[in-house]
Design a protein around this ligand. Structure first.
Ligand code: SF4
Ligand code: MG
Length: 327
């Protein structure tokens, strides 16, 4: 499998000022992303899952260059995206696109559907008005929107249709990789499956690679090949979907999985829900960041940060429970 994207030791620390009681302001950092590494293979969907505030959206924004990392590297087809310049950098901007969570706020209300979808072509000076219109109508057709909507405005559409517009816009430049940041989380459950199915169809048709960000493991189960679980700025487990669901190793992954509602009311399963709030990413817990909420916590967990351990083919976990049990 060809690696299309390689993320290495990525960090994003946002500076903040904290005012103390004595009116001295102290400079601290929100460690939103704190040493994240993973790769994505061409044509696959990698899920990036965790609770809100764990750094998954920040990771996505760095990949599409909306944010510049504090440290670490992102390589697209072997090229460091923050070091490319000129034509190479322009090409990269076309190749990697993003779909945002909120189809209401991510579309400019002053732009028609047609203008919204062809905007990336205008920005990149591709084609003339006529060819751009043809391309936009083709894309509308691809995402299941009628060409007649070309001159209408986003507010005339439902959330699901707006997200179709967002998908069409992301496709305009013929990208290889799309960062999908909670693309269905703002939609009604009944509409979610339609959009997910559309995304899968488009993936096959245009040979797309997805980084699929979600707080919801049941959404990810539908669409992903592999899944990375993130907690407080770090990835705690990565595995292929089957391994992650059948044989989760990290106590956090196990807790997330047990929080998935069981659709069959006949099946009664004891659920261990996650307790406690997510600690602050300004002063994350020492050692293993999950130790304040972990049911398996040991002494070593508070003192030493767990290393990434290899638990089998393509299955990595960072947890002291498996120290010396690598295979
Ligand atoms: Fe729990 Fe310790 Fe594993 Fe962290 S390292 S998840 S605290 S057992
Ligand atoms: Mg988010």
């Amino acid at each position: 499998n060809n690696v299309i994207l390689e993320v290495k030791d990525l960090k994003m620390h946002f500076p903040i000022k904290i005012k103390t009681k004595s009116f001295i302001s102290e400079k601290k950092y929100v460690k939103a992303v704190d040493g994240v590494s993973f790769s994505i293979h061409e044509g696959e969907t990698l899920g990036l899952v965790g609770e809100s505030g764990c750094g998954k959206s920040t990771t996505g924004k760095m990949i599409v260059k909306l944010l510049e990392p504090t440290e670490g590297s992102i390589r697209f087809r072997g090229k460091d995206v923050f070091k490319t310049q000129g034509e190479e950098s322009k090409l990269l901007r076309k190749e990697v696109q993003i779909i945002f969570q909120d189809p209401y706020s991510s579309l400019d209300p002053r732009f028609t559907v047609g203008r919204t979808i062809s905007e990336p072509l205008v920005v990149h000076k591709i084609g003339d008005e006529k060819t751009r219109k043809e391309r936009a109508i083709k894309l509308m057709n691809d995402v299941g929107l009628m060409g007649e909507y070309f001159d209408r405005y986003p507010h005339e559409f439902s959330g699901g249709q707006r997200q179709r517009i967002g998908v069409a816009r992301a496709l305009a430049l013929n990208p290889s990789l799309i960062v999908c940041d909670e693309p269905v989380s703002a939609l009604d459950v009944s509409i979610q499956a339609q959009i997910l199915n559309l995304m899968q169809e488009l993936q096959a048709k245009y040979h797309l690679t997805y980084l699929f960000i979600s707080h919801n493991l049941s959404v990810v189960k539908h669409i992903c090949d592999r899944i990375a679980v993130m907690y407080l700025g770090k990835i705690v487990e990565i595995a292929n979907k089957k391994d992650l669901f059948d044989n989760p190793k990290h106590p956090y992954t196990q807790a997330l999985l047990s929080a998935i509602p069981i659709p069959d009311p006949e099946i009664i399963v004891e659920q261990e829900m996650l307790e406690g709030d997510v600690p602050s990413p300004v002063d994350p817990p020492s050692g293993c960041r999950f130790h304040t909420r972990c049911k398996n916590v040991m002494d070593i967990c508070k003192k030493q940060e767990p290393k990434d351990l290899n638990m089998g083919e393509d299955h990595i976990v960072a947890c002291h429970l498996y120290d010396n049990k690598e295979d």
